[in-house]
Design a protein around this ligand. Sequence first.
Ligand code: 5GP
Ligand code: ZN
Length: 114
Amino acid sequence: MDNCIFCKIVRGDIPCRKVYDDGDLLAFHDINPVAKVHFMLIPKLHLGSLMDANESHTALLGKMLLLAPKLAKEQGLNNGFRTIINTGKGGGQEVYHLHIHIIGGNIPPMVRQD
Ligand code: 5GP
Ligand code: ZN
């Protein structure tokens, strides 16, 4: 995809602070972190969002989920972390290339307890 920011990062046209790289997946730090640790895990394949995934992507999605805790630990998140996938306009998605946010370090509870 010519105009996709994350495809440009995959191609090396836009720099990123890399966390992980293999044939299928890339992880890099978010340019605008919301917590002490905040990085993104993406497939190199352009998929607009989770709504564009189908059965042919089962292994790829599984690989992403299984990699997330390994990378989180490597980034120092030994006590756990939060994964977020914003999907579509209703989900607040801004970049239309599927990505898992992996966040941790100093995050509040997701749902207020009061
Ligand atoms: P979304 O709302 O689509 O789930 O999140 C998109 C995320 O991509 C945001 O957290 C934003 O900070 C991040 N982002 C947008 N452009 C770039 C970029 O060029 N480089 C990096 N590293 N992150 C980006
Ligand atoms: Zn893309």
